[in-house]
Design a protein around this ligand. Structure first.
Ligand SMILES: NC(=O)c1ccc[n+]([C@@H]2O[C@H](COP(=O)([O-])OP(=O)(O)OC[C@H]3O[C@@H](n4cnc5c(N)ncnc54)[C@H](O)[C@@H]3O)[C@@H](O)[C@H]2O)c1
Length: 280
């Protein structure tokens, strides 16, 4: 079955790996040839890492890469059973991408967004057939995290939900169905935790290492909140908080001044090697 993924960044590449590993064909579409080239290099390196950890048989790598095609033209989504949008967290960019994709797929294809926080019902308004649309929220890193949040919009049909549940299971993931609400469940909880940790650092209540140690040793989290924010991307965290804030009008989702300052200064986390920590 052909699955198209639009966006070749952190999530697009992670989702592509999961879908290829499950045996489906993947067409990866992105806005620039450079992002595709960079994305495929990351995918190759992730497959190598999976092999070295014993999580994938060596022969599987070439098999996966044979089923991957790339394009900077959205028309290449034609023939897909499912299209997954994973472009930046900007409603206008997402609407333009999904409405364009809809022009090339058949009426029964599912169109999904990997948005972290934008309303599914609001996004669906740009589609001719909003019944086919829902949120398929993969977690980062997609090949490792075992749950997918399935977010049902006002118009999502039972048929779309059923196909998406089956798809999530075909990937070996556990689907978790939630209502469309600001931040869904995952980011509603997570962003408060990250933002408060950043506020505590800004108020010099403890060092970054101490905050992260408390979460790792006290809560048994594999990463502390500041390490996690770096891992997600500080720009992504800020965009998500702003999206939840604009939908909920709840002050607790206002990005911490320190987070806003770091993004302005170009400290985006692991992806550009400088965030709360440096990654030489
Ligand atoms: N990073 C995370 O931890 C995480 C986790 C879950 C969900 N998400 C969500 O997934 C989505 C993608 O996030 P990301 O971290 O992968 O972002 P990213 O910035 O790493 O990647 C975005 C990709 O989209 C491409 N792109 C930009 N505009 C485009 C367009 N008009 N058409 C086609 N491609 C375009 C870019 O070239 C890039 O390859 C966002 O909605 C984000 O909120 C992110």
């Amino acid at each position: 079955m052909k699955v198209s993924i639009i966006g070749a960044g952190t999530m697009g590449i992670g989702i592509a790996q999961v879908v290829l590993d499950a045996g489906h064909d993947v067409t990866l579409v992105s806005d620039t040839e450079a992002s595709l080239k960079n994305g495929v290099e990351r995918l190759r390196s992730n497959l190598d890492k999976a092999i070295s950890k014993g999580a994938m048989a060596p022969a599987k790598k070439e098999d996966c890469l044979k089923r991957l095609s790339t394009s900077s033209s959205i028309s290449e989504v034609a023939g897909s059973v499912i299209v997954i949008e994973a472009v930046p967290e900007d409603a206008d960019v997402k609407k333009s991408v999904i409405s364009n994709a809809e022009r090339y797929v058949s009426v029964d294809a599912v169109i999904a967004t990997n948005t972290s926080s934008i309303s599914i019902s609001a996004l669906s308004k740009c589609l001719a057939n909003p019944e086919r649309f829902l949120g398929l929220h993969f977690f980062n890193p997609a090949p490792v995290m075992k749950v997918i949040e399935l977010v049902r919009g006002e118009k999502t049909s039972d048929d779309t939900l059923k196909k998406s549940l089956d798809f999530a299971k075909s990937l070996g993931k556990t689907p978790a169905e939630v209502k469309d609400s600001p931040g869904f469940i995952s980011n509603r909880i997570l962003m408060i935790y990250l933002n408060e940790s950043i506020n505590a650092l800004d108020q010099r209540i403890a060092s970054r290492e101490t905050i992260d140690t408390i979460a790792r040793l006290g809560f048994s989290h594999p990463m502390g909140p500041l390490e996690l924010a770096d891992f997600i991307g500080l720009d992504v965290c800020k965009d998500i908080m702003e999206a939840i804030y604009s939908q909920s009008n709840d002050d607790k989702f206002k990005p911490s001044p320190l987070l806003a300052r770091m993004v302005r200064e170009g400290r985006l986390g692991r992806k550009n090697k400088k965030g709360f920590y440096d990654y030489p």
